[in-house]
Design a protein around this ligand. Structure first.
Ligand SMILES: Nc1ncnc2c1ncn2[C@@H]1O[C@H](COP(=O)(O)OP(=O)(O)OP(=O)(O)O)[C@@H](O)[C@H]1O
Ligand SMILES: [Mg+2]
Length: 369
């Protein structure tokens, strides 16, 4: 029996385990909460992700350790690497993804364009950064942000002081020019132990209040050139790290240009559609990659959409009667702004997909999706 340890027991870990089980893989998870959503599908160790004893307890019995959250302390994965465990993706990739400036510097060094930005660690630096970057701009914490948290917009000079008051105490910051994008896309890619890279089709993402609400895949009206550009960016990052596993790069599209926003060294919310909509899901391919197995095909099998359930869930009996609908509930308690489930919609063609998504939306509570 092959055993895999996943650091973090959230919905990404749960879906990873659900993909691993049919391949005969036993999954162990480490999470600080006894209520972690991976608890039903893995052997859960309850403990801190920075707690050496808990890390060893969760990793014992596995050869390979992976993670489903980029907030796992790099000191934890490094300690496991030093103690002889294979950690995939490597600590080097995890560490860069935790720091927005390091991430942007890496992208730039690999020839991947990013938004105009400047580092900010004092009020004076914020003033200088605003002169260099201009407005509108977004001030972000360098570390620890997710779902739009740790960010504030600066539309003009009057917003600078409140922005500093809100985020100044949070540590190192980065000021980014607000990109007037046409739309947001993501590219999800996977690299195997022997360096094979596969990418899923580009995904179109819609956010509200800084949280991903809906994804469409394959993203409509993508030219071969744009897909090739995104594939090339992902490949450059993967090869740089000699990376093993799934990587996501969030992108802004402006005409035929793509700017990289950030990367996640893991499976991603915008890739949930791959469970029903692609030949191999991001979760299965991540497991295959980290265990050193050959990758599965990443082509889409149907036009797909993914609608997140944020803070509330619809009634299963109400939505499952619609054609092409699959419902995923994470078994989490309901709380405003929390991702508690998602719905995938597939259809034979794009027109039918939009009809189905519209029909679904009419059945959803206002705060869902
Ligand atoms: N420079 C920018 N220009 C325009 N919009 C931006 C910029 N940076 C962020 N945004 C918007 O805010 C959203 C969240 O930003 P970002 O991805 O940097 O933060 P995050 O908190 O890590 O988000 P998540 O965890 O959802 O990926 C983006 O998806 C985009 O809609
Ligand atoms: Mg993001």
């Amino acid at each position: 029996m092959t055993t895999l340890t996943v650091l973090g027991g959230g919905q990404l870990g749960r879906m990873m385990a659900l993909a691993a089980i049919p391949m005969g893989v036993d999954v162990r998870s480490l999470d600080p909460s006894a209520e972690a959503t991976a608890r039903n599908v893995s052997v859960l160790t309850v403990g801190g992700l920075g707690d050496p004893a808990a890390l060893i307890a969760a990793a014992t019995g596995s050869e390979v350790v992976t993670y489903e959250w980029e907030g796992v302390p790099a000191s934890s994965t490094r300690a496991l690497e030093h103690a002889g465990w294979i950690v995939r993706p490597s600590t080097a990739a995890l560490e860069i993804s935790q720091d927005r400036i390091a991430e942007k510097s890496l992208f730039t060094s690999l020839g991947i364009p990013v938004a105009t930005h400047a580092a900010v660690s004092s009020r004076a630096e914020l003033k200088a950064a605003l002169e260099a970057v201009g407005t509108p701009a977004i001030l972000k914490t360098c570390r620890g942000g997710y779902d739009g948290k740790g960010q504030t917009t600066i539309d003009g000079p009057d917003d600078a002081e409140p922005a500093w008051a809100a985020l100044g105490p949070a540590g190192d910051l980065v000021l980014e020019g607000r990109v007037p994008f046409d739309r947001e896309l993501s590219i999800i890619a996977v690299r195997s132990v022997d360096g094979e890279v596969r990418t899923w089709p580009l995904i179109e993402n819609h956010h509200r209040g800084g949280i991903l609400r809906t994804s469409y895949a394959p993203a409509p009206t993508i030219t071969d050139e744009l897909q090739a550009t995104a594939d090339g960016y992902a490949r450059a990052i993967l090869d740089h790290f000699d990376y093993v596993g799934v990587l996501t790069v969030e992108l802004f599209q402006l005409g035929d240009q793509l700017l990289a926003n950030e990367m996640a060294p893991r499976v991603h919310n915008s890739g949930h559609w791959t469970i029903e909509g692609a030949k191999t899901s991001q979760f299965e391919n991540h497991v295959r990659a980290v265990l050193g197995w050959p990758l599965g095909e990443t082509a889409a099998i149907a036009p797909s959409a993914m609608v997140n359930c944020i803070g509330a869930l619809p009634d299963a009996a109400t939505i499952l009667g619609l054609p092409g609908v699959h419902f995923h509930r994470y078994g989490k308690s309901l709380r405003a702004g929390r991702k508690v489930g998602h719905i995938t919609v597939t259809a034979p063609d794009a027109v039918t997909l939009h009809e189905r998504v519209d029909a679904l939306r009419r059945l959803l509570p206002d705060d869902v999706g």
